[in-house]
Ligand binder design. Sequence first.
Ligand SMILES: [Fe+2]
Length: 427
Amino acid sequence: MVVKHKEEKAFFVYSSILLSVFLFLMIKDMRAILTLNLNLFLTLFLIDLLFEWIEIPAYKFNRGYVATSAGFIVNTLIAAILNPVEASLINASVAIIPKLTKAFFGERSPFSRYVFNFAQIGLSSYLTSFLFHSLENENYLLNIFVILLCGLVFFILNNFFMIIAIYILSGTDVQELISKVISGPVLGSALLIPVIAVIYILYVYMGFIAIPVSLAVVFSIQVGNFYRYKYYEAKLEHLKLLVKSLEEKDEYTRGHSERVAELAKKIAKRLKLSPRLVDRIYNAALLHDVGKIGIPDHILKKPSSLSKEEISIVKTHPEKGEEILKEVDIFRNRESRWVRHHHERWDGKGYPDGLKGEEIPLPSRIIAVADVYEALRSNRPYRKALSHDEAKRILMNEMKGTVLDPRLVDILLEIVEEEMRPEEVRV
Ligand SMILES: [Fe+2]
């Protein structure tokens, strides 16, 4: 509890420092606001607000989430069209309006989050606008490069402030943060930087009308992305729910997939796989037995041993799981294949394809190790849960190098034993 409090305190100090720097810059330049064109100001304000409303969560962590939107295109354009004070005033206020509205309807965030969002977008906008107006010149071609540079600078500043914030709040390794925060939707939005230059060219030729017209196109793309994300999230949640309800029916398997997924994630991390791959392995492990939905209950829950025919029915679950995951776009190529092979054996005697050694995809071998260990450590209708030492003995004597990848068995035991150590000290 004390640690959490410390993190929030540190974050509040960080946000306050950003806010102080931002306010100092604003006050220093306050006279610039006298040139304000109110119509232009309000139009840009409304466009900015529209974009800010549709955001896509890109990275979730224990104390919040990072969202991405095409809003930074608008932020950069505003930084180029208006002076630093006006631009940062619009962008910073718009950055917190959707959150304040949510707070009004009961979805509150800690106060420091509003301060942080206001200050970091304000600062990023101020510095970007200052850079644009310092480098802007008569040569219109050169200005295209200047605006591209500004788009990049805004993107980098924005993510820089964000990564420090998540680091303070969650303590996650910075390298992991950079690769996680920057990958996926965030990097996808960086690809929109050239769009800023195109809109700017249109603006120079056509005047202000080019801004709302071209942004309407970008906005429709963003709406499309938003619903694609919602669709993917809904499908994933649906599958997770399917596995959960399948496990809930049986006291012996309750929570099994979640524990397997946690273990698989730790093994994948230990192998230094990319954070994105670690996430994919986690999801595949969570859904590895989803194919059991196609196996009749009287076989799955049979307390006595299964007949040959029943065993062959149970053995179809990896293929059934593959079929189900193929229905989800982003699982079609990899996760579905990993789930298909999670019962292959290192010696080639597994199913469904009898793959051997490294022919078996690494994620499937990781899931297999986690699955076997987790099953040994859980109660079963025919035996009580084994202790770690008993499970270790079975893994080492009967599974390592025959059923399971020997290297992964060692890694799994290393991880589990490391986690047990502090417990032993406490005892
Ligand atoms: Fe399975």
